[in-house]
Design a binder for this molecule. Structure first.
Ligand SMILES: Nc1ncnc2c1ncn2[C@@H]1O[C@H](COP(=O)(O)OP(=O)(O)OP(=O)(O)O)[C@@H](O)[C@H]1O
Ligand SMILES: *[C@@H]1O[C@H](CO)[C@@H](O)[C@H](O)[C@H]1NC(C)=O
Ligand SMILES: *[C@@H]1O[C@H](CO)[C@@H](O)[C@H](O)[C@H]1NC(C)=O
Ligand SMILES: *[C@@H]1O[C@H](CO)[C@@H](O)[C@H](O)[C@H]1NC(C)=O
Length: 268
């Protein structure tokens, strides 16, 4: 991503995007049931809805709602779900110039890191223990949650202290900056420049639905990196904590992501 332009006004697709997300667009088919069916069993559900998900698209939607000129590089199916998803991206003022439709089924998460002058934020989800080591060295910021940090390092992560230890391991693998999110405890940051783990706590809120909190956080961080590059990373993380905390106070994933107009002016 590269900083440019003023956030907050509708933008023309021929302008460069300031936040580019390479990641998945998924249609969530959600059935609410009293329990999980056993193999081969049919049970009654009491509610059904279709939602827009996929970690890449979630992050992009959050950045766009904060006012970023955002684009997503992804592939959806050439079917009604794919058509609806593209419409959802357009409604969120996200450029679909690099959104493709394929006859094959919707693809899963794909992350590509390009080692050029732009700042890159890598979110290793879903985490694999044998992640290609280049992913550690090529991204400007490596951001993951507790369970991802645990899978990647093989060490249990449950609080700021253990997160700091895991971050240390990831830093040794070549990361420039490591951020580990800790749910209601905020996040921990560690960087080559300041190799002492720092806990960035957040205000406790009453969580209604934490689904997608991590993507809201990553999307907000991408927004600050692109539009407020002069803020200290610590300040960006405090603000991203705040925005993600707003998202856990409403149900749904993208439906819970706040718009700039709903947030305190002090965040912008
Ligand atoms: N209960 C909470 N109160 C305040 N902030 C929260 C709460 N839960 C999450 N957050 C905010 O959201 C950020 C991301 O949460 P978390 O670490 O749970 O990510 P995640 O596990 O990737 O989320 P999920 O998988 O549920 O989408 C936290 O760093 C914090 O800023
Ligand atoms: C998508 O489907 C439409 C008709 O359903 C067809 O005209 C079009 O060529 C298809 N595009 C791709 C990329 O498969
Ligand atoms: C971390 O994110 C993954 C998605 O990549 C999710 O499956 C997992 O539940 C999250 N962990 C926590 C502790 O929320
Ligand atoms: C950011 O800092 C640089 C160097 O200190 C300065 O030239 C620039 O005007 C600042 N940009 C903003 C948006 O404040």
């Amino acid at each position: 991503m590269a900083a440019c332009g003023e956030p907050g006004r509708p933008w023309q697709e021929e302008e460069a995007a300031a936040v580019v997300v390479v990641g998945s667009c998924m249609t969530d088919l959600v059935s609410l049931t009293s329990r999980l069916p056993k193999t081969g069993e049919t049970i009654h559900g009491h509610e059904f809805f279709i939602g827009f998900g996929g970690k890449g698209a979630n992050q992009c939607v959050q950045a766009a709602r904060l006012g970023a000129k955002a684009a997503i590089v992804c592939k959806v199916g050439n079917d009604s779900f794919g058509n609806d998803y593209i419409e959802n991206l357009k409604q969120n003022h996200i450029s679909t110039e690099f959104t493709y439709q394929t006859r094959d089924a919707a693809t899963g998460t794909a992350s590509i890191i390009v080692n050029n002058e732009v700042k890159t934020l890598f979110n290793p989800a879903p985490a694999m223990a044998d992640l290609d080591p280049q992913f550690y060295t090529l991204s400007s910021i490596f951001c993951c949650n507790e369970s991802e940090a645990e899978i990647l390092t093989g060490h249990a992560v449950s609080d700021p202290t253990t997160a700091g230890k895991a971050a240390m391991i990831l830093l040794e693998r070549g990361c420039q900056v490591v951020v580990i999110t800790l749910g209601a405890s905020g996040c921990v940051i560690l960087s080559q420049a300041e190799p002492v783990p720092k806990h960035i706590p957040t205000e406790a809120v009453k969580a209604v639905d934490t689904t997608g909190a991590g993507d809201s956080f990553v999307g907000a961080l991408a927004f600050y990196l692109a539009y407020y590059p002069n803020l200290s990373l610590e300040e960006m993380l405090k603000r991203s904590n705040f925005i993600a905390a707003v998202s856990v106070q409403a149900t749904g994933t993208q439906s819970s992501y706040p718009y700039k107009k709903d947030l305190p002016l002090a965040l912008f």
